[in-house]
Design a protein around this ligand. Structure first.
Ligand code: TRP
Length: 377
């Protein structure tokens, strides 16, 4: 079975073990989990379920930033979102985790909105479109509860005065052949797209520039972004800044299921749930489109049970049901056949709608807070 994972295209049934090998990243292992659990405990928190469940499963140099933290040299966080449409549930996965990291490590967060990225990479998006979605997407980030005093939004076209000189220093050290090898570019690629990775590198060291101090950086992101940082990790130390570390997650599959919909995507509207979907829409989409691991007839299901590994409702609950015991019970009840596919979907619908109704309220409130989050250099 084949799959593709690049920063601009994810498709097929992703073999994450193989990907770790291909990308040359490391798995998050038990000793690292133990350390993060210890750090969380000190703040009265528990190890995030994305870590307990191997959803954030890979990293580069995580040990380095944790060592620095333990030595009293805290790291900052950097993540981002290239606006191209409304925010969906898949986008929230790295952001929810970033919020937990900010709470545990008290870290400053630099959140990039590269409003040129999807303009350059997608045929049908104008700069006006991506700028409109920048504002939309910011509301979802703010709604997750980031600490306003410690969080700075960077918008590429708006902060060009500060970012462009730094991007130039990166760009000068990346050849076209390196970019081709990392991103699979051909000669037909527009030259803006070729330059773009230099802009995505900048927030990994810009805080060091502004704080006038070499600060360690940790980048939480979905694994498709790794090629960017593979390239910039070679360059950034040459500019005199620490090599940025990263921690990487799997994708939330689309409703169509892991074998066809490895990553939720806005181009597949009906298998995607947006943060602005109302309760009735969520219910309808899940009931109608969520790929079921249940058996064809009630009789067979009761007898043989369902398959949680391929069932989208169950898979999504591994992302959104924090309680391990509840999740385990659903797993066993479904597998044994006592819980039906429709019943499992109902559990998911209730969980998501409770989350979304709160999120939507906070999202409304966020409208008046945007200006406080945008970086004022
Ligand atoms: N390229 C990312 C996207 O397509 C946006 C992004 C910019 C990003 N900087 C990042 C993502 C840092 C993760 C980490 O949405």
């Amino acid at each position: 079975m084949t799959y593709t994972v690049t920063p601009w295209e994810v498709k097929g049934n992703i073999d994450y073990d193989k990907l770790v090998h291909e990308f040359g990243v490391s798995k998050v292992d038990e000793p690292l989990l133990k350390r993060m659990e210890g750090h969380a405990k000190k703040k009265g928190l528990t190890l995030h379920h994305f870590l307990r469940r191997n959803i954030f499963f890979a990293h580069r140099d995580l040990k380095f930033v944790l060592d620095e933290y333990d030595k009293g040299n805290p790291f900052f966080l950097y993540t981002g979102r290239a606006p191209s449409g409304h925010t969906h549930l898949g986008h929230l996965v790295p952001w929810l985790f970033t919020k937990w990291l900010q709470d545990v490590y008290g870290a400053e967060l630099w959140f990039q909105f590269p409003d040129e990225e999807k303009f350059l990479f997608k045929e049908n998006l104008t700069l006006e479109d991506t700028q409109k979605y920048t504002t939309e997407n910011m509301l979802d980030v703010i709604a997750l509860g980031f600490d306003q005093k410690k969080t700075k939004f960077l918008i590429d076209t708006k902060h060009a005065t500060q970012m462009y000189p730094e991007a130039l220093k990166v760009a000068k050290r990346i050849t076209f052949s390196t970019a081709k090898a990392a991103f699979g570019f051909t000669n037909e690629q527009n030259i803006g797209a070729i330059f773009y990775t230099a802009m995505q590198a900048v927030p990994a060291f810009l805080p060091s520039v502004y704080h006038k101090k070499a600060l360690p950086c940790l980048i939480p992101h979905a694994i498709d972004q790794d090629p960017h940082f593979r390239v910039s990790r070679d360059v950034i130390p040459k500019l005199g800044y620490p090599k940025p570390a990263s921690i990487q997650c799997r994708f939330l599959p689309g409703l169509g299921g892991i074998s066809t919909d490895g990553k939720m995507s806005s181009s597949q509207e009906h298998t995607t749930i947006y943060t602005t979907d109302d309760a009735a829409t969520v219910k309808k989409k899940i009931n109608k489109y969520a790929f079921s691991g249940g058996k064809d007839t009630l009789e067979e299901h009761r007898k043989h049970g369902g398959n949680p590994e391929i069932d989208v409702a169950y898979q999504w609950l591994t992302f959104f049901e924090e309680d391990d015991r509840k999740l385990q019970k659903l797993y066993h009840d479904y597998k044994s056949g006592s819980l039906l596919s429709g019943e499992l979907k109902a559990v998911l619908i209730e969980k998501l709608n409770a989350f979304l109704s709160e999120h939507q309220k906070r999202r409304e409130k966020a409208k008046s807070a945007i200006d406080k989050f945008i970086w004022q250099p």
